[in-house]
Design a protein around this ligand. Structure first.
Ligand code: T1G
Length: 704
């Protein structure tokens, strides 16, 4: 075994050379790996004893792409094109041996190999679009030549990781070998192609698929139309589509030039910078400074959910989807039956859309059992309470859970705002109490706010963070504060939105500005969707707010065909002359003085107070780092990922500008706009939110 460099080894076995990469955690194409590949393949080619070269990786995966930390940085070592040219033009067959995930530049390297072999559990993909990029090493030109334009469009604009079996069917890999036997399998394959003197298949030379697609330019128009809503605001998907068009219509090297030009444009743009930031922010959120990686975890093999309502049912599905049996407890039989029926209906709907099989419907629904007796929680490892948001009810429940649940069980609450220290105080084991704030629909939304109370044990925190990943959630740790991270900031936006319609703006003006900014929906359309009468009490309503007046007129949102908006049969929202009149009358009656409000002011009035509140949350140590706040907003509140999150956006706009605006608003409208002390300090020091070092632990000790 000859070490080519610190991450690459070369060994010759008989007439086969085996080049092994070992660059944890994911064999990303750092300059060391690129150098090792270039030198290693060249050395193998130069060795007269060698008839074929195998490229294989140690560790958990084949090359998972370019090293994202190097993108946009100063270039060092061999280029990826250098590596690919050595491999593709090798006079001896080069075979890629794929396990784990061959992604991005990793798949692009494999596509310059003459053959690809994989284990059944492997996956391949070009997920660059999720980083605001496109495959920049020939992937946009080689993939369509193997799988055709339609499949290439789907893979490149979704970033999906395609299982090996499907890759074999598409011709992306040439053979599957036994699971766990990749090395001997690929050596056998390499010996076979040498013995059979198989040709050096260069993907760049394939043309049948692209020639066939050249006669169907409608593929692209149809694809753009079908995905317009999903791609709204993003640059990268369209640029990926243009590259596939180039692959179909241009010679390979011309297409490569188009790819390079569009790649460089995306790489140097703000969207990709924001999406690359988001990639690392999500992974950083897993790291809790005072909860070491090796903190012992509590085994969670069974879960109990109290409450079979919308939240309880959705939460239960997450655990069943991960193969964890769930006991769901309700107080009344009809509520339990309704909850279980909704869960089954949700599974059946997913199966109808091809998301899961009929067997999986039975298997998952079968993991969820109902009960009317809280004693059913006696042996579960984790209980999550998802009932009505009233402190007295929560306390009563936690007192009971404390008595029922076994020692060591985790007692979690799904409250979205209440004080978890107070809830924990009624138990004899506050160290076992934690907040697990799911977002509706809980079986769909990725975000999970894990709320650390004063006495929550580190093992409970570590277990909850790991469990979140197991059930497919993105976890962010928050401290106990009203509304935690997300809702506390949302309150600022909602407040200003309500004030702006009393100053002259209309609900659809505000929604349009936030929709154009990139949110999937504005606050008023969202209220109409969820229902204006949530926690509205008819008997107590005195027409004191616009919402009161609308509800009193039975305009309660989409469900009544009217709310802030009017709705047509297709439930399209139409700005309402009725609501406009209600608002104008309301403003006139309260002596208001409506004025023309610019889109710019609407954006600044709704977004800047959120950023400022984010600074307060950071300052109070209720979030570990600014990027955690951004992960919350991108995965729980529809903040457009290509704008990086409110704190990243604040840094891009310039904190001095945010501060100046907050001060000017404060001067006119009062202390609701009082700048955060942290914001003042950062501006004074010329720093950004990204410069705020993480809080060592979520504490009551303010940052300043
Ligand atoms: N570069 C640098 N670091 C990476 C990385 C990468 N490509 N992929 C993962 N990491 C780090 C990650 O930050 C984390 O670090 C650790 O590895 C484990 O990751 C020219 C330009 C492979 C499916 O987009 O999707 O190729 O937090 O926690 O859940 O066309 O990582 O431990 O310090 O996510 O098991 C295209 C990105 C790049 C794939 C594994 N490739 N990675 O998931 O582990 S652009 C990607 C993933 C490109 C070319 C272009 C996932 C994974 P730390 P993890 P995981």
């Amino acid at each position: 075994m000859a070490a080519i460099n610190s991450v690459t080894d070369l060994v010759v076995e008989g007439d086969l050379a085996v080049l092994t990469l070992n660059s944890p955690p994911v064999n990303a194409l750092s300059y060391g790996v690129r150098d090792g590949l270039a030198l290693g393949v060249a050395q193998a080619i130069a060795d007269p004893a060698v008839k074929a070269v195998v490229l294989i990786c140690d560790g958990r995966t084949f090359i998972a792409g370019a090293d994202i930390t190097e993108i946009g940085g100063a270039h060092k070592g061999a280029t990826l094109f250098d590596v690919q040219s050595i491999i593709e033009n090798s006079p001896k067959p080069v075979v890629a041996a794929i396990h784990g995930t061959a992604l991005g530049g990793g798949l692009e390297v494999a596509l310059t190999c003459h053959y690809r072999v994989a284990v059944p559990s492997a996956k391949c993909g070009l997920p660059e679009v999720n980083l605001g990029l496109l495959p920049g090493a020939g992937g946009t030109q080689r993939l369509p030549r193997i799988v055709g334009a339609q499949k290439a469009l789907e893979m490149m604009t979704s970033g999906q990781h395609v299982p090996a079996k499907a890759c074999l069917a598409m011709g992306l890999v040439d053979e599957l070998v036994d699971e766990g036997k990749l090395r001997e399998g690929v050596l056998a394959f390499a010996s076979k192609i040498v013995a059979e003197e198989r040709p050096l298949k260069k993907v760049r030379d394939l043309s049948d698929k692209v020639e066939a697609d050249r006669a169907h330019p409608e593929i692209f128009a149809a694809f753009r139309k079908a995905h317009a809503r999903k791609f709204r605001g993003f640059l990268a998907p369209e640029y990926n589509i243009r590259c596939v068009e180039a692959a179909v219509n241009l010679p390979f090297d011309e297409g490569l030039k188009v790819e390079r030009k569009l790649f460089v444009e995306l790489m140097s743009g703000p969207q990709s910078a924001a999406q690359r930031y988001a990639f690392f922010a999500e992974r950083q959120a897993n790291k809790i400074p005072d909860v070491p990686e090796d903190t012992p975890l509590i085994a969670v093999n069974t879960v109990g959910i109290l409450g079979a309502g919308t939240m309880g049912g959705g939460i239960a599905m997450n655990f069943a989807n991960a193969g964890i049996p769930v006991t769901i407890v309700e107080v009344k039989q009809d509520a339990l039956d309704r909850g279980l029926a909704t869960i089954r209906k949700n599974y059946e709907r997913t199966a109808q859309r091809g998301g899961i099989t009929a067997e999986q419907v039975e298997q998952r629904a079968g993991l969820i059992t109902g009960s009317l007796d809280m004693n059913a929680f006696a042996d579960v490892d984790l209980v999550i309470e998802a009932v009505f948001e009233r402190m007295d009810i929560k306390k009563d429940i936690f007192e009971k859970l404390d008595a029922i649940c076994k020692p060591g069980a985790i007692l979690a609450t799904n409250t979205s705002a209440l004080n978890i220290d107070e809830i924990a105080s009624v138990t004899r084991r506050p160290e076992a109490v934690i907040g697990m704030h799911f977002f509706s629909p809980a079986n769909v939304m990725k975000l999970l706010e894990i709320v650390r109370a004063d006495h929550t044990g580190k093992d409970v925190i570590a277990t909850s963070m790991k469990l979140a990943k197991k059930i497919g959630k993105i976890a962010v740790l928050a401290g106990v504060t009203p509304g935690f991270i997300g809702n506390r900031m949302l309150l600022q936006r909602q407040r200003e939105a309500q004030k702006l319609i009393l100053e002259g703006a209309m609900p659809w003006d505000i929604d349009r500005v936030l929709y154009d900014f990139g949110f999937p929906m504005g606050p008023f359309a969202m209220s109409d969707l969820t229902g204006l009468d949530i926690s509205w009490i008819k008997e107590k309503s005195k027409g004191e707010t616009i919402r009161d007046v609308l509800c009193e007129m039975d305009r309660r949102g989409q469900k009544t065909g009217a709310g802030y908006y009017d709705y047509d049969e297709a439930r399209n929202a139409i700005p309402s002359p009725v609501t406009e009149k209600i608002i104008q009358d309301f403003v006139a009656k309260s002596g208001g003085n409506p004025r023309k409000i610019s889109d710019e002011e609407i954006l600044e009035r709704t977004i800047y107070p959120m950023i400022n509140e984010g600074a307060n949350i950071l300052e109070e140590g209720k979030a570990l780092r600014a990027s955690d706040i951004d992960v919350v907003w991108e995965n729980g509140y529809g903040w457009p990922v290509y704008r990086g999150g409110p704190m990243w956006y604040g840094d891009q706009v310039g904190l001095d500008k945010v501060l100046a605006k907050m001060k000017s608003f404060q001067a006119i409208m009062g202390d609701q706009f009082k700048p955060s002390a942290l914001l003042e300090k950062l501006v004074a020091e010329g720093k950004r939110f990204q410069d705020v070092t993480e809080v060592t632990a979520l504490s009551r000790q303010p940052l300043l």
